[in-house]
Design a protein around this ligand. Structure first.
Ligand code: ADP
Ligand code: MG
Length: 322
């Protein structure tokens, strides 16, 4: 299957419903301006062997690629509407693999109601390398930024932290857990749940926000730096799924994996204490746990303490490429 067949057969159908995509037959796409809105853009690359396992199912690789980008848009409070895909496939990629990849892409673009409006396709002598650019819209001036936290704000996080990082350990065979727990955790590594709906509610409610992708402690450090503040977190407040609780019950040292492991794709946000009731009600309305982790303080850096007030010393706060 050469690249023009690939584009016409597998990718062009995913542009339906977005006239400016021109059916993926022109040099570029046209994105109509929407008065009263800011367009929010983000790009994330995924490389085989770094962001996913080379033999992961192609459908899930495609869906993860979409979802990690939607997580960034959600963190800004934006509603996603389009993506562009730059893909470098190994020459050895089989048509069946490519079809499965496109099917996964189709499934999630359909689920989230967004169009594929362009991209680039090349071959590579190296590992599969993918890059997706995602576009969303938010009411003009209302995007949730990393920089808006104030001292005294509560610090909130959505969902559960640590499942994906534990899932990666399970997939690598680094920890042994029962079959059911393994399945739950591996699924959380392979298929993030971007908090798109939650994100849409954050403008006007959150003072600052970001998504947690590279490890909670490191990412929270970015939120702190952006505001020139510090953060106090109680480790007992970290929201753990039943699966993670079971794993940590047997091996307490895995708390570091949970707090710094990454791939959570949850939203971390700050809000004044006066917003707490609204945030709790929002979590109930969305059926999504929203947990108060701690608070923003004058100073700098992230302090994670146990119930007795002792500081946890983590070797590193999160994932680094270099
Ligand atoms: P050009 O040579 O002008 O870059 P291409 O032949 O690379 O044009 O692309 C033709 C059309 O196909 C363009 O609309 C481009 O956006 C689209 N396209 C190419 N690769 C992809 C891809 N991986 N995903 C989505 N659209 C793609
Ligand atoms: Mg061109």
């Amino acid at each position: 299957m050469h690249e023009f067949e690939l584009i016409a057969e597998l990718f062009a159908p995913l542009s339906a419903g977005f006239p400016g995509a021109l059916g993926l037959t022109d040099d570029a796409a046209l994105i109509p301006a929407e008065p009263g809105f800011d367009t929010v853009a983000t790009v994330d690359a995924m490389v085989a062997g770094v962001h996913f396992l080379p033999d992961d199912p192609p459908e899930l690789i495609a869906r993860k690629l979409v979802r990690v980008n939607l997580s960034d848009l959600a963190a800004k409070g934006a509603r996603p509407f389009a993506v562009m895909l730059s893909a470098s496939f190994p020459r050895t990629a089989e048509p069946g693999w490519l079809r499965a990849f496109a099917a996964g892409l189709a499934e999630d673009l359909g689920y989230y109601g967004i169009a594929l409006i362009g991209g680039d396709t090349t071959s590579t002598p190296g590992p599969l390398t993918l890059s997706l650019t995602a576009f969303g819209r938010v009411a003009a001036g209302r995007a949730v930024l990393r920089s808006g936290a104030r001292a005294g704000d509560d610090l909130w996080v959505s969902g559960f932290i640590g499942d994906a990082a534990l899932g990666l350990l399970v997939l690598r065979g680094d920890i042994q857990v029962d079959g059911q727990t393994a399945a739950v955790l591996a699924d959380r590594y392979r298929l993030p749940r971007p908090r798109v709906e939650l994100g849409l509610h954050l403008p006007g409610l959150a003072s600052a926000g970001m998504d947690v992708s590279d490890g909670l402690v490191q990412d929270l450090g970015h939120l702190c730096n952006a505001a020139g503040l510090g953060a106090e977190v109680e480790s007992g407040a970290l929201p753990l799924s039943p699966a993670a609780r079971a794993v940590l019950g047997a091996q307490q040292s895995l708390l570091a994996t949970v707090a710094t492991g990454g791939d959570d794709y949850e939203l971390l946000f700050t809000a004044p204490a006066s917003a707490a009731t609204s945030i709790e009600a929002l979590g109930i309305g969305l059926g999504l746990p929203l947990t108060r982790l701690g608070r923003m303080v004058d100073g700098q850096g992230v302090a994670v303490r146990d119930a007795a007030g002792n500081l946890h010393a983590f070797a590193q706060g999160g994932w680094r490429h270099f």
